[in-house]
Design a binder for this molecule. Structure first.
Ligand SMILES: Nc1ncnc2c1ncn2[C@@H]1O[C@H](COP(=O)(O)OP(=O)(O)OP(=O)(O)O)[C@@H](O)[C@H]1O
Length: 244
């Protein structure tokens, strides 16, 4: 069953076409990655799925609901990784988790999440005093605290140290194993390859390929490269189409 359906999505900012024509469907219980160059339209696509932006045309459905029209219902079922500037400087880690969990009818145990993300020693620290990686981990915890059916994680492990990245992958796998569908936007090829069941390769506002990392690598034809990596495969799919 597909949990997210995007059909012929188009979104422009003034003259800038951010998303030209994106169609994709995300199955229940998978970890689905969006990859592609800067400016390809990945974040705009997920913002339309989250209901934060109104498409110019096309349709978006999340669990059969329209994220703009059925905003309240979608919000209960969707966990979104926030950009850091959306939290007040003086809020403490535990207060943010406690507050966000109060927005949902069946929240996760925020103390457990705080622990899983290694934030317990920082529970009384204010947001402004957290390191970049700690802020990032808090944003992941806040995306998961409502016990969502679908979690959308934009730049999941940006700014995390190698151990924290691996711990975060493990956490995302656990979340998926609990039945949550995960969509993530990433520039890290190791993350895309090890964590994602399927990838949509986006370039210049269009999906140029959707497949498992393994099949993308197997299908890559790169002149002069005998054993292409996922990065080679994606670069060869996107090189002529950058939006930057
Ligand atoms: N609020 C905005 N106003 C105007 N243009 C925007 C806005 N947001 C994004 N864009 C433009 O739309 C295009 C797609 O941007 P988007 O952020 O969706 O790409 P992305 O694939 O997420 O890129 P990145 O990998 O760099 O995060 C870019 O050319 C960007 O400059």
């Amino acid at each position: 069953m597909s949990v997210i359906e995007v059909r012929n999505l188009r979104k422009q900012y003034g003259d800038q076409v951010a998303v030209a024509d994106v169609s994709l469907s995300v199955d229940e219980g998978e970890i689905f990655g969006l990859v592609g160059p800067n400016g390809a339209g990945k974040t705009t696509t997920v913002e339309c799925v989250e209901g934060l932006r109104t498409p110019d045309s096309g349709t978006v459905r999340v669990l059969g609901l329209d994220p703009r029209r059925d905003r309240a219902a979608v919000r209960q079922k969707l966990g979104i990784q926030l950009q850091e500037s959306q939290l007040p400087d003086q809020i403490k880690v535990w207060e943010a988790l406690d507050l966000y969990s109060s927005f949902y009818p069946h929240p996760a145990d925020w103390r457990e999440l705080m622990d899983e993300l290694g934030l317990t020693p920082k529970r009384k620290s204010v947001f402004a005093k957290l390191s970049g990686g700690q802020k990032q981990r808090l944003s992941i915890a806040l995306a998961l605290v409502g016990n969502p059916k679908v979690a959308i994680l934009d730049e999941l492990t940006t700014g995390l140290d190698p151990q924290a990245r691996r711990d975060t992958w493990e956490l995302v796998r656990h979340v998926r194993d609990r039945g949550v569908t995960v969509v993530l936007v990433t520039h890290f090829m190791d993350e895309a390859e090890r964590l994602c069941d399927r990838l949509a390769v986006v370039a210049a506002g269009r999906v140029v390929a959707v497949d498992t990392p393994r099949n993308l690598i197997a299908g890559a034809r790169v002149p002069g490269v005998e054993r292409p990596t996922l990065e080679d495969a994606i670069l060869s799919l996107t090189s002529a189409r950058s939006n930057r």
